[in-house]
Design a protein around this ligand. Sequence first.
Ligand SMILES: Cc1ncc(COP(=O)(O)O)c(C=O)c1O
Length: 399
Amino acid sequence: MTIEKKNLNPKRTASRLSQIRPSGLRKLFDLEHKLSKSSSHKILSFGLGNLNIPTMPEIISQLKIALDDPVSHRYSPNAGLLELREALVARYKTEYHLDYTTDQIVITSGCLEALIDAFIALIDPGDEVLIQDPTFGYYASQISLAGGKVRPVPLNDKFELEADLVNEAITSKTKALVLNFPCNPTGSVMSREEIRAVVETAADKGIIIISDEAYEAITFNGHKHTCAAEIDYDNVIIISSFSKTYCMTGFRVGYVLAPPELLSPISLVHQYNTACANSPAQIAAKIALHSPSSIREVMMKKLIERRAETIKAFTSVEGIKLNYNPLGAFYIYPDIGGLGMNGTEFSEFLLENCQIVVVPGTEFGTTTPNHVRISYGFLNQKDIREAGTRIHSCFSKTH
Ligand SMILES: Cc1ncc(COP(=O)(O)O)c(C=O)c1O
């Protein structure tokens, strides 16, 4: 039986949804999909933060063998496969010299599950949570769903978070600060000293740090990521995943690393949320961690080439400025105000006239309406070059 629309009484919707609007990125994705069916030109999408680079074949071939083992057909322990947690302990020791134990880790269905578990577990109604502005749009909605109040802290003009501004935003109700470097949407990174200053500011006031490090392994020109847990402070929760590091966005495997008193409530929410992450996907994640680091070279080589091509395609137009060095993730976030348009107008203009998709800055906060996010995760170098040609011919015609 199909339920008719008129039977869906909006009063039955929980009031906690009143602060939530559907993600504009998803709408854009749907629009792009629709246009790709009707347009005579190929739609070139710098829209979603997805990767079109296949998961490394070494991981897939070993996973196929592992799937014959019935262990992969069952629920895993709530906290995740022990061997996967052991492999993560080893990785954080080698990479960051951190001494986690397997009982300080919970495997989740991507960063997104880890984040909402953490917000539900730690935030009471009325608690304030500081987030960067601009930042990944999901945080605000997830915090609202958990009953918290979002307080944005503007990034500086290089899209770094300044400790002084964090300090100014702290009130007696501040419970947590969400950090995200390398940053979505800007691709900006922070030095160890800058991260230290922010963590120490939070530590002074006993504020919990929730550091979303989804892009920790994607950095350029020799930049070395600092994990927030490297700075000595007990109340630091690290959230990350296999999505971007190993081109495994569809596998949905992420994790939380935290001291026991913070991990225990998060783990309880996780238990009632999903029970455990998908077992075959956890096996794939374990294979990824046991593979030589060289398997990531193909992906990084492609991202390095695409980054250079994307910067060239957009910044050679007069009026588009990139005033900082995007040394992480796979985004650039130029200011297009010099074209006499705001980010929304520019996005609409590009879609209509060049069949190119970019995301307006209003999707990431309120402080950067003249910026657009350009993701180079999903287009190959040839298509990025073609995008550059289209942009040039459009702007030489109209300006
Ligand atoms: C900053 C950030 N955090 C988390 C996610 C989601 O990651 P996952 O696929 O691990 O859920 C994304 C996805 O684009 C992201 O940009």
